[in-house]
Design a protein around this ligand. Structure first.
Ligand SMILES: *[C@@H]1O[C@H](CO)[C@@H](O)[C@H](O)[C@H]1NC(C)=O
Ligand SMILES: *[C@@H]1O[C@H](CO)[C@@H](O)[C@H](O)[C@H]1NC(C)=O
Length: 769
């Protein structure tokens, strides 16, 4: 190949290389296969449909204030579309091409388009010629009787009073939501069971024509946690080695090893039908990276286990249902268990070391469950109440301190004690092994505590703001990360040292009078403010979401600015030991209580085209992969921005020196960050999140990949690879050729070694001569 050819090839490859570097999104082959969405509707308030409709209209509550109206496909039960409403709906009336909703609080009606649920107009229906007739009263349907004793539903002919049709209902039948019949041939029913599943039946001439079911139990998730599924593939071998070790006689052990290995080999041959070709390719794993489409579900499952992509997402609903969803298998429910029904559940926590789950309700009750097997529901270990002598208090938040059962509990307002440390083990002798620092915040203050031995909570510092004017809008502690690189290498080969003091937190304060926003970074051990910046030329909207995240040595926050121009802003602050290259701090921080030197900071602000509802930082195993900021937008999409785009050190192109341009991933400053379609991880999905949704990101065994989940009204999970999947071999990787090369090299070494030795010996002899 000539030099020119080289350039041509490089020219062709370079865009491809760049593209593969920027590929942060899941492409068409992975969309809708590695990501999944669970969309419960919630308890059905009213179900309406008529004979000519192929859809069921369901009205439910989205939250305390808002209603939800959904359209379900009558034949399959799948969700076609839905819409949140700014009001609750009491009743529904179907018209030919539209739906009239009766609003709950004030008298009024709204008309919706039948197919797309567009809001048409206000309709004054208090009119005698067109009165409101409810379309959702199944109990008012004449001639339909539910017999709770025999668990059957019967249709009775109006004239003859004889039963025309009857159908058995499930054992745990709870409610008839909707029924439609012609009193002759057919009956269609929608019912809800006690465990919050809905069943649809269409019975015609005594035969079941159509049936489907929807799981509505995952409505109202309040908290969640992740459990890693363990790879048990090596356990058999570990057990063999252990039993071999126990044998007293060496020969017995040897014989045991030989027989088990021969047995295994024979088994392997049997499985592969004694075909040598198949056995060799299996042994060399030549087929383990075949294209995904060619893999059996079993193979995909094993691979997911090995790569740590298999996780259980355990969600806790408001009314105490604990359910485990398999993240790598489309959110399939693996087990479910009712913990403390009838109470308002608050928190679920997972203790990896003891393999226990704990669930709390806001009245202090808890249950401790032990997970013996990942594939079946955990079993009850203990239960109790942590509010021994304070039964009138209710808990507002709870946070685990150490694995010994200590928790930091905050009470809701009327309680005398605002917070304390409780231990579920009910033994005063339990001591904390180390001192813990806790930083706690509410609307107007931030408080630092120290938990010393004997579980006493001592306040060490606090920052109190003027409640008349100042509100803390967002707070974030520094994310715990592995430090892979203490500095940033500049284009000139100089180093800028990151400020890596670990005990830091950041918060954003909004001033109600001036409408200005202030960012503060504090040392959580001493309460000292180490960095602060104010946006005093902007008026910020307190009604729009304000978010903050704190990564390694940087803080990113977002807000909506009203003046001078209405614009979504995203601001990044980076903390360095010094902004002078190669300069480090003079003192080393030995005793954290005496305080540490303040950092030097740079900050830059960007415009973003959409309103940001929530932010989270990606999380990988070794923190080598580029960090990415996951953003939930108000329009229901989830996207992400690599941290290097959100750099505080980007400069205008004209100000960039040659050295600046040489820096890794350096690019000139552009005020607006566009949303790239490649980075939208929700694709075309329409996700309903709600105000209490949690955006969470967990690591996998693959350094490149994190699992990101949005858990709110809907539950959505996907995989993100901020720097591309650099640690997964491509399916077309030529393993055979690589192995061949290794073999050839090995062979050469074996043949060359005696030759070299001989030559060395000869040389020695010659020298001695
Ligand atoms: C409902 O589902 C059936 C079967 O999956 C499908 O054939 C039909 O087109 C769907 N109807 C609507 C309105 O989406
Ligand atoms: C009542 O409804 C009828 C038919 O929809 C309409 O013609 C009439 O104008 C309405 N009357 C009032 C008072 O709104």
């Amino acid at each position: 190949m000539t030099g020119v050819h080289h350039f041509v090839v490089l020219g062709l490859l370079f865009p491809a290389f760049l593209k593969s570097f920027f590929v942060g999104a899941i492409f068409a082959d992975e969309a809708y296969t590695t990501d999944w969405l669970v969309s419960p509707i919630g308890p059905y308030k009213c179900v309406a449909s008529s004979d000519q409709w192929d859809t069921l209209l369901v009205v439910s509550e989205f939250n305390e204030e808002q209603g939800l109206v959904s359209l379900l496909n009558k034949t399959s039960g799948s969700l076609i579309t839905r819409k949140t409403l700014e009001y609750q709906v009491d009743d529904v009336m179907l018209k030919d091409a539209s739906v009239v909703l009766k609003k709950a609080a004030q008298d009024g009606f709204v008309e919706l388009d039948r197919t797309y649920l567009f809001e048409n107009e206000w309709v004054p229906l208090a009119n005698e010629t067109a009165p409101f007739v409810s379309s959702c009263r199944p109990d008012n349907t004449p001639g339909v009787v539910v017999d709770l004793k025999t668990k059957t539903v019967k249709v009775i002919d109006e004239d003859s009073k004889l039963p025309v049709l009857s159908h058995e209902l499930p054992e745990n039948f709870a409610l008839l939501n909707w029924v439609e019949t012609d009193y002759k041939e057919y009956v269609k029913l929608l019912i809800t069971t006690a465990d919050k599943h809905s069943f649809y039946y269409h019975i015609q001439n005594g035969k079941l024509v159509e049936t489907w079911t929807r799981d509505e139990s995952l409505f109202g998730v309040v908290d969640h946690t992740f459990i890693d599924l363990q790879d048990h593939s090596l356990e058999e071998i570990a057990a063999e080695i252990a039993s071999e070790r126990k044998m007293a006689n060496v020969w017995d052990a040897y014989w045991f090893r030989v027989t088990t290995d021969v047995e295994r080999l024979l088994n392997f041959a049997r499985v592969n039908k004694f075909s040598p070709g198949r056995m060799i390719s299996k042994m060399l794993h030549l087929d383990s990276f075949r294209l995904k489409s060619g893999m059996s579900p079993e193979e995909i499952r094993n691979q997911n286990l090995k790569f740590g992509l298999s996780k259980l997402l355990v969600v806790l609903t408001k009314d105490g249902l604990l359910a485990a969803l398999d993240v790598s298998r489309n959110g399939e429910i693996v087990w479910r268990v009712n913990t403390i029904p009838g109470q308002h559940s608050l928190k679920v926590e997972w203790f990896e070391s003891s393999r226990e789950l704990i669930v709390f309700t806001d009245d202090g009750s808890f249950v401790l469950l032990e997970l013996l097997d990942e594939n079946s529901a955990p079993v009850l270990k203990t239960e109790g109440n942590i509010l021994k002598d304070r039964r009138s208090c209710s808990i507002s938040s709870i946070q685990s301190l150490e694995d010994n059962g200590s928790f930091f509990v905050k009470y809701a307002q009327p309680c005398v004690h605002p917070s304390e440390i409780v231990n579920i083990n009910d033994e005063d002798s339990i001591m904390n092994t180390k001192e813990n620092f806790i930083t706690d915040f509410d609307k107007n203050s931030i408080t630092g505590y120290i938990v010393s031995q004997g579980n006493t909570l001592k306040r060490t510092w606090d920052i109190t703001l003027d409640p008349e004017t100042d509100v803390i809008m967002a707070y974030s502690g520094r994310q715990h990360t592995e430090v892979t690189n203490p500095g940033i290498i500049l284009g000139s080969r100089d180093v800028l040292f990151k400020y890596l003091y670990p005990d830091l937190a950041s918060f954003v304060v909004f001033n109600k009078q001036s409408q200005h926003l202030t960012l503060n970074v504090i040392n959580t051990i001493t309460g000292e403010v180490i960095y602060s910046q104010i946006h005093n030329e902007e008026h910020v909207s307190p009604a729009r979401p304000i978010n903050i995240v704190f990564g390694e040595h940087w803080v990113i926050y977002s807000y909506f600015s009203l003046e001078p121009t209405p614009e979504q802003k995203i601001v990044v602050v980076e903390l360095y030991e010094s902004l002078t290259p190669n300069k480090r701090m003079t003192t080393v921080h030995e005793n954290p209580l005496t305080g540490v030197e303040k950092p030097e900071a740079v900050s830059l602000s960007y415009f973003f085209p959409q309103i940001i509802k929530e932010m989270a930082i990606s999380n990988t195993k070794f923190d080598i992969t580029t960090k990415t900021i996951i953003l939930e937008l108000e329009n229901g999409q989830i996207t992400h921005l690599p941290k290097f785009l959100l750099s505080a050190r980007r400069k205008n192109e004209t100000d960039m020196t040659d050295d600046d341009k040489k820096e890794f991933m350096a690019s000139p400053y552009m005020a607006t960050i566009p949303i790239s379609d490649y980075y939208v991880i929700t694709h075309f999905r329409d996700i309903l999140t709600g105000s209490k949704a949690q955006l969470d990101c967990v690591q996998t065994n693959l350094e490149s990949t994190s699992v990101a989940c949005e858990i709110g009204h809907d539950i959505f999970c996907t995989r993100i690879t901020p720097s591309g999947q650099f640690d997964v071999m491509s399916p077309t990787f030529e393993k055979g050729k690589l192995l061949m090369t290794v073999f050839v090299c090995l062979a050469l070494c074996i043949f060359l070694k005696p030759y070299v030795t001989r030559k060395e010996v000869k040389t020695v002899w010659l020298i001695r001569d």
